[in-house]
Write a protein that binds this ligand. Structure first.
Ligand code: GAP
Length: 449
């Protein structure tokens, strides 16, 4: 059993709001259904997560290329992909409280009138029959709504990759096995969004479609299960709080012959972080049939033609950010005072080093500025000279800054500074001239070798 953590959803939401990581959107109008904005540190953290994903997909491999396809695609895309007919959830309305619920989640939801009960449990509940509700957001192209063409905001980034398969095959000069990776926004009109950024209406996905010869699909499926789980571990998530859960036959999406979820033990329980699916030749086959284009690989070496099968690791950016925050969250005590600290992996930390003059006088701010100017070119650094030093340390601990550099009276005499480690709280003296190299080696020991 994994160790219990101190993170609860309430503490994470409150820290995110307090430090400006993530907060409700449209708040001056009372907010809008489970939609969130990312503030300064949230953007930096999210971008670091995305950056690490690109690094694992592109920089550390030779067989994956990048793509950024449109959010609004030809509407026939969704006919071919099966989303128009099948991307639905069962919905019930309550005629009493006027709320809508996912029929298959009633046991986890709260009744609108009596939150201690589930919808349908109280005698006043009056639920409709369940009906299928399509999750795609619809809009119109053209100045006149009635005469315009109905289009959809993409519910997954994957389909743009399938539509561009032929282009990429030509320009990227690849042959299976190879992958096309994409990061971008997707939109789903979820009936019951919730749990902070776990399930939202708009969210970013990091998806990669890996095209393989059909007989190699099972092997590559196993390969990606392993790769993706290890990615989270490498970035600091406790292995005990991660697991792979294969889908039961009746859970599989219409396109999948096998899917496993990477699940994380969130404060709400084990929940999906990422899905890895064997999509077979479903998508290329469907788009070939609907468009009339041949979407296959023709091997010039032996003249063999085939429709590649696809292994798809599909992760959510928001869910990954939430998992990294929950896993990094900790509380301890320093000198009898409670401290909240985010023990984020240095690669993910929004700020790598804070530069803090001990006093706002005697030339300390000037020297601290000089140190800060030298560091900021090499890493994300922050200068802070406002308030007591203890409070400034606490602030940096709460945003997960791995190192704080303090300039004191001795610094002016011998051009050394103290480097405080967020996790061990140890302080060591380092010469200003050697500081950038010292920090870089500790932030990324592999790169320093
Ligand atoms: N192309 C396959 C696909 O989209 P999915 O399991 O529906 O598969 C992949 O989505 C990932 O996207 C999920 O594991 C999750 O991390 C994220 N995701 C899906 N719906 C989401 C939502 N409403 N809010 C936040 N993240 C979501």
């Amino acid at each position: 059993m994994p160790e219990p953590t101190l993170a609860t959803m309430d503490k994470i939401v409150s820290l995110c709001k307090r430090r400006g990581f993530i907060f409700p959107a449209s708040e001056i109008y009372g907010g809008i259904a489970n939609t969130y904005d990312y503030g300064h540190y949230g953007v930096l953290l999210k971008n670091n997560v995305i950056g690490e994903w690109w690094k694992a997909m592109i920089q550390e491999r030779d067989d994956v290329v990048a793509l950024d396809s449109a959010i609004i695609q030809h509407p026939r895309t969704w006919e071919a992909s099966g989303h128009l007919a099948g991307f639905t959830d069962p919905l019930v309305d309550c005629r009493t409280c006027k709320l809508r619920f996912r029929a298959d989640h009633l046991g986890e939801l709260q009744c609108g009138r009596k939150p201690s009960k589930h919808p349908g449990e109280d005698p006043v509940c009056d639920l409709t029959e369940s009906r299928e509700f399509n999750l795609m957001f619809e809009t119109t192209i053209g100045p006149v709504k009635e005469a315009g063409a109905t289009v959809y905001l993409r519910p997954e980034t994957a389909q743009g990759i399938f539509l561009d398969f032929k282009q990429v095959l030509q320009f990227a000069r690849r042959k299976p096995p190879f992958g096309i990776a994409q990061v971008g926004k997707s939109f789903r009109n979820e009936i019951t969004p919730g749990n902070f950024i776990f399930r939202t209406l708009e969210f970013e996905q990091m998806e990669m479609e890996y095209f393989v010869p059909p007989d190699e699909a099972p092997r590559w499926y196993e390969h990606w299960l392993h790769e993706r789980l290890e990615w989270y571990v490498r970035l600091g998530i406790d292995r005990e709080r991660l697991r792979l859960r294969p889908h039961e036959q009746d859970e599989l999406s219409h396109y999948s012959s096998a899917t496993s979820d990477v699940e994380y033990l969130f404060p709400i329980g084990w929940s999906e972080l990422e899905g890895i699916a064997n999509r077979g030749d479903f998508d290329l086959g469907q788009h070939a049939a609907h468009s009339g284009e041949r979407l296959e690989f023709n091997d010039p070496q032996n003249g063999v033609r085939y429709v590649p099968h696809v292994i798809e690791p599909a992760a959510g950016v928001g869910r990954s950010v939430l998992a990294f925050l929950c896993d990094a969250y900790d509380e301890d005590e320093i000198g009898g005072e409670k401290r909240t600290v985010l023990r984020l992996h240095p690669a993910l930390a929004p700020v790598k080093v804070a530069v803090l003059p001990l006093l706002r006088k005697d030339g300390q701010p000037e020297l601290a500025r000089e140190v800060y100017e030298g560091l900021r070119r090499r890493m994300k650094a922050e200068y802070d000279d406002g308030g007591a030093i203890g409070r400034r340390y606490r602030r940096q601990d709460e945003i997960g800054t791995p190192f704080a550099v303090t300039i004191d009276h001795q610094s002016l005499e011998d051009r050394t500074v103290t480097v405080r480690d967020r996790d061990s709280l140890q302080q060591e003296r380092v010469a200003i001239d050697a500081l950038a190299g010292h920090l870089q080696a500790r932030l990324d020991p592999d790169a320093a070798c």
